[in-house]
Design a protein around this ligand. Structure first.
Ligand code: PHE
Length: 383
């Protein structure tokens, strides 16, 4: 009797184990029908427009591939994790996508601090990661599985320094940077190096931290030094407020920025105060090239709005990853990595993309001006 009970329990246990095994097999069989690409982005939080835009671009690239027959004979499934605009969450999201969702590659992030938090996880797991828009040099230095399809900040900082010095004829500038943000700290440094190299002077350097809303004290300190322009390499939320408070304090000089200004929110939050400002970016919506205008039309038809740079960069990064998987003929991490490294003259909407030996891309940069609440193209500079 005892033995039978024991036997029955064992049968149940074996049955359970078999059911679990069958489930696991079915799970992986279901997975084998698709190619899973993971995306970690800021759909919410302080820089939500960054992630929302990137997501639109990436989704378009994947939908187009799926409706044209898929990739390696399979459908691509995009799995998205919202990192809430926080570096720690970006890291957790990457781990989740790699370990639980078993993605073959990662797309993300926009913000350099968040890419820097997640990249070591991708590198450790041998899962290729492509960031569409993180420009801080350290991001791809994490390792040989980390790629980017945009330019880097030494180029972005030096471009604005030259523009301020040569075109705006500024000799004395102030810098106001976000000390909690790797991107902002890096850009401030690269800008200063070029600007002082040209004979200009940085008369004040002040700091704030992401989330701050009160900038009058630092702006008053800057005002006392009479700069001819103020470089504010930050993200749109603070930039809009900084501009308003600067004007309130009677600071009329141009504000200068980088790609972190690229959001409709800069205009919304900054209002009149951002008129007369300049910033560097990945592309201009006014670019007359048929490739850019064609994409804008397609994007508008789908989303009812003009895409910002992150939407375009997300689309390009998605297509480059898909192209690499296709050329690799495999979803093996090392093979995708090798194919990504060989990306050459890829016809992106944001320009022709070649991945260099440091896994970065050399691309044109544009300088834009905000005038009458609109963003106007000024000049385009080749690397
Ligand atoms: N380049 C920024 C960073 O590295 C992110 C960004 C890209 C913001 C493009 C806006 C547009 O943090």
């Amino acid at each position: 009797m005892k033995t039978r009970v024991f036997g029955a329990v064992r049968v149940v246990a074996i049955g359970l184990a078999l059911a679990l095994a069958a489930n696991a097999v079915m799970g992986s069989a279901a997975r084998a029908d698709d190619i899973r690409i993971g995306q970690y982005v800021s759909l919410t939080g302080t820089t939500a427009t960054f992630g929302q835009s990137m997501n639109k671009g990436v989704t378009m690239a994947i939908d187009e591939t799926n409706s044209a027959g898929g990739l390696l004979g399979k459908k691509i499934t995009l799995i998205t994790e919202d990192d809430q605009s926080k570096p720690e969450e970006a890291k957790t999201a990457a781990i989740k996508l790699i370990k639980q969702q078993r993605v073959v590659a990662l797309l993300g992030e926009i913000a350099s601090s968040r890419s820097l938090a997640a990249a070591p996880e991708a590198q450790r797991a041998g899962i290729p990661m492509v960031t569409p828009a993180s420009t801080n040099p350290k991001v791809t230095q994490v390792g040989d599985y980390i790629f980017r399809t945009c330019f880097i900040d030494p180029f972005q900082g030096s471009t604005m320094a030259k523009f301020a010095h040569d075109t705006l004829k500024a000799n004395q500038v102030a810098i106001l940077k976000d000390v909690k943000n790797d991107y902002s700290v890096g850009l401030a440094e690269f800008f200063e190096k070029t600007f002082t190299g040209l004979g200009g002077q940085v008369v004040a350097t002040e700091s704030y931290s992401e989330g701050d809303t009160e900038f009058r004290a630092v702006l008053t300190a800057i005002r006392s030094k009479n700069p001819q322009a103020i470089y504010v390499p930050g993200y749109y939320t603070e930039v809009g407020l900084i501009a308003r408070q600067a004007r309130e304090l009677g600071l009329k000089v141009p504000l200068l920025g980088g790609d972190g200004w690229d959001s409709e929110k800069t205009l919304e939050i900054g209002g009149d105060a951002v008129n007369g400002s300049y910033y560097t970016n990945h592309l201009s919506a006014e670019d007359p090239s048929p490739v850019v205008q064609g994409f804008i039309q397609k994007f508008k038809a789908k989303h009812g709005e003009v895409p910002d740079a992150m939407a375009v960069l997300g689309y390009d990064a998605g297509r480059i990853l898909i192209d690499a998987i296709k050329r690799a003929g495999s979803t093996d991490g090392a093979k995708i990595r090798d194919a990504l490294a060989q990306t050459k003259d890829f016809p992106g909407v944001s320009g022709s993309i070649t991945i260099d030996a440091d896994r970065n891309s050399k691309k044109n940069i544009v300088v834009l001006k905000i005038e009458g609440g609109k963003v106007k193209f000024q000049t385009s500079i080749a690397p």
